[in-house]
Design a protein around this ligand. Sequence first.
Ligand code: FES
Length: 108
Amino acid sequence: MSEPTWHKACRLQDVTDTEPVGVKLDGTPIGIFRVDGRCYAVHDICTHEYALLSQGWQDGTWIECPLHQARFDVVTGKCLAGPAHDDVAVFPVRIDGDDVWVGIPPKP
Ligand code: FES
């Protein structure tokens, strides 16, 4: 499997446990979430319809979609509650100093 390409996503201080950050990296919308000091990255588009999960409501490891309130685990990407059914993709995260880096896999 090919290695991801790492992209600087945001500064660590920009993400809090209740305020995610949405960015676009290599054309892919990514939501950056912080839970107990660790950062996680998931595909930012809800798998139900079109809404940015980074604009939803976060409580611990889960994020609630702002449009119809589906819930996803930001650590695993797992869909926890409908109306969505499919999980969201997760991406590897690295912290380098004050910067948050996200690995984006090569496009097929
Ligand atoms: S768009 Fe997210 S639950 Fe409908």
